[in-house]
Ligand binder design. Structure first.
Ligand SMILES: [Zn+2]
Length: 256
């Protein structure tokens, strides 16, 4: 007789192998245990169920069946992540509805046209839009390219179905068989220009982002943004920069 837990472990394993077969490099992640707890055991884990179990984090991501098999055969709760960037040939747009991501996407599409149909993963608080990684450009993981929208490219990863989110819902494909679309020029332009503008919010999400982007729960804010904030700017300067940026965004919306 199979328990729910075993069925879940089996579905995680099957998904990991399926992704690898398609060329996505996968990595095993910690899993939420409920009531705000993470399987890593830390009382104040900033990225519950979202950070890699393996020693070198997302650098361990692989398409090797044997390695994936050895990870997923273990009797422990785990989630699954897909490395983004050139390595897997994908870039993910992370739309966070708690931070206004859906509204930003709405305004972006109103101005630039509707994004092409592509692979979509529903997360615990928004969605990931997958696009083909554009060749010849190094895109890392700029955050807040628009309010509530982060990018996952080189060095990053996304949590993938059927992983469990801390909110209790499972990550879910809208349709796993939909082709991943080429990145539309307007989106590429936004992302590449945002590389010099994106500023990490000094909010609660920062620790979570740092953990996601750096594979550990250590804080390393400057690595997630191209403008090297942190060492050179104090928080008051940051606030001024952020306010100015929000103002410019608002003006741009009005100008459409
Ligand atoms: Zn944890």
């Amino acid at each position: 007789m199979s328990s729910f837990k075993n069925d879940y472990s089996e579905s995680v394993k099957r998904a990991a192998l399926r992704y690898a077969e398609k060329g996505f490099n996968v990595v095993v992640l910690q899993s939420p245990l409920g009531e705000g707890k993470c399987s890593c055991g830390k009382d104040t884990c900033p990225a519950i169920g979202k950070h890699p179990i393996t020693k070198h984090g997302v650098k361990d991501a692989t398409t090797n069946y044997e390695i994936i098999g050895s990870w997923t055969n273990r009797e422990r709760p785990m989630n699954i992540g897909i490395a983004t960037g050139e390595k897997s040939g994908i870039l993910a747009v992370d739309v966070d509805e708690r931070h206004g991501g859906h509204e930003s996407l709405y305004f972006f599409e109103k101005k630039n046209g509707v994004l092409p149909k592509t692979r979509v993963c529903f997360t615990g608080n928004g969605k990931h839009l997958y696009f083909r990684y554009p060749k010849g450009i190094d895109i890392k993981c700029p955050t807040e390219v628009l309010k509530g929208i982060d990018i996952r490219g080189n060095g990053g990863y996304v949590v993938a179905p059927p992983s469990l989110h801390a909110s209790g819902v499972h990550y879910q494909w809208e349709d796993e068989n939909v082709e991943i679309a080429e990145m539309p020029p307007a989106l590429l332009k936004l992302i590449t220009s945002a590389k010099t503008l994106s500023i990490d919010d000094y909010d609660l999400k920062k620790a979570e982002r740092a953990a996601l982007l750096n594979n550990t729960s250590e804080r390393n804010p400057s690595s997630s943004v191209s403008l090297q904030i942190g060492k050179d700017f104090d928080s008051a300067t940051l606030l001024v920069l952020k306010t100015a940026r929000d103002f410019l965004e608002a003006v741009n919306h009005l100008k459409k």
